[in-house]
Design a protein around this ligand. Structure first.
Ligand SMILES: C[N+](C)(C)CCCC[C@H](N)C(=O)O
Ligand SMILES: O=C(O)CCC(=O)C(=O)O
Length: 378
């Protein structure tokens, strides 16, 4: 879909742009426009990396003429004092009207009833061979925070194939592809048959894994069901019903830790439970009460903090917000670890869980390209 330019007006050292789609216009300085000239000598035609020296552009740079070409598909600038004409694609300029690094998604927050009505799966064979199905799957993950590939052979190879169809596997202290039972292979209760409360992984990592994939390869056990919770829905509820608690959880940086000194590991990181982006929007839910490291606050803040944390934890325990599922071989779950909390019931018997972590930027990157190839705005 092409966003056609309707007007380009030179005002001093700035250019005011308007599009025919009626969305708000944009003002760009001549300096910015020269810095973003798309000619091969300015930006590498293959790598699209900037080649010219930004810092040699004259601060008083001027234009001889500014106008539209190709019925508004192109902005043209004839630079004063140099034999240089820059042309800019109207779509390239239109995309600048919002943050290009923020993947536009139609997030659907959910509770138990809403998610029960959602279609959350795609078939394995089509997922592997059809980009449209892969895109549909990732759009579901972005909308709801999780989705399933169904009909996956209960093998490590097929599990890896699902992961690699999306992005390369992220290595962590647990390795890349992990495949575990209750064998205490790592110093973490995930490697036991104990219950694990609602949490997101990697609170002890500066960059918590963006996504987590689970494939239960064996479930010869009683118990062991998983629960998923939409942390963004909890944020909406707290913002509405407990605004002071919500605000506090956007401000207090909570440290997470992973301790295994025998193996030379002592990971620490900290961020607010509700991490906001520069625009003040919720970007990440980061919570793991098991892994929360000791930290002090002023006495009054300690009281307020535990009150806010208790409000959050009580909402996590609210079964009307739960998606409960017994993971079985054949169903590969991918969930947004910056949004969806997961929990596990205790179990007795044999249970084998495999999976991987994927980076937030790599999954978003995959979806951007799939959208471009489908002719959609990214
Ligand atoms: C997923 N895998 C079993 C490999 C690791 C689990 C580690 C969980 C850790 N307590 C955390 O919350 O990050
Ligand atoms: O065993 C499970 O189902 C999940 C374990 C867990 O919470 C984790 O690996 O983070």
């Amino acid at each position: 879909m092409t966003a056609l330019l309707r007007g380009a007006t030179l005002k001093g050292r700035d250019v005011e742009l308007n599009w025919s789609d009626g969305e708000p216009g944009l003002a760009l300085s001549l300096f910015w426009l020269r810095d973003h000239c798309q000619l091969p000598q300015s930006h590498h035609p293959e790598t699209r990396q900037r080649l010219h020296d930004t810092f040699k552009i004259p601060t008083a740079i001027a234009a001889q003429a500014v106008g539209l070409e190709d019925n508004g598909r192109v902005l043209r600038i004839d630079w004063a004092g140099e034999d240089h004409v820059s042309r800019y694609d109207a779509n390239f300029l239109a995309a600048l009207r919002r943050d290009p690094d923020v993947l536009p998604i139609r997030r659907r927050t959910w509770d138990r009833d809403i998610i029960a009505r959602a279609t959350l799966q795609v078939p394995y064979e089509d997922f592997l061979k059809d980009d449209a199905v892969l895109k549909d799957y990732l759009e579901k993950v972005e909308s709801y925070g999780f989705a399933f590939v169904e009909g996956v052979p209960g093998t490590p190879e097929a599990t890896r194939a699902v992961a690699k169809r999306i992005a390369y596997i992220r290595e962590t202290i647990f390795g890349g592809y992990w495949d575990f039972t209750a064998n205490m292979e790592h110093k973490d209760t995930a490697y036991t048959s104990m219950a694990i409360g609602p949490h997101t992984d990697g609170t002890y990592a500066f960059d918590a894994p963006g996504y987590q994939m689970f494939h239960c390869l064996a479930a010869d056990c009683t118990g062991g069901e998983n629960v998923l919770i939409d942390g963004f829905m909890i944020a909406e509820i707290m913002k509405r019903d407990h605004p002071a608690d919500y605000k506090l959880l956007t401000e207090i940086a909570i440290p997470g830790q992973y301790l295994d000194h025998e193996n030379g590991i002592h990971l620490m990181a900290r961020r607010p439970l509700f991490r906001l982006n520069d625009a003040g929007q919720l970007a990440q839910v980061s919570y793991n009460n098991h892994d929360r490291a000791p930290f002090t606050l002023s006495l009054s803040q300690q009281t307020a903090f535990y009150r806010a944390l208790t409000t959050f934890a009580q909402l996590c325990a609210d079964e009307t917000l739960h998606y409960r599922r017994r993971l079985l071989p054949g169903s590969v779950l991918l969930f947004d670890n910056w949004r969806v909390l997961h929990a596990r019931d205790a179990y007795t018997g044999y249970r084998r869980l495999a999976g991987v972590y994927l980076n937030k930027e790599d999954v978003e990157s995959r979806l951007r390209v799939l959208r471009i190839k489908a002719g959609e705005p990214v």
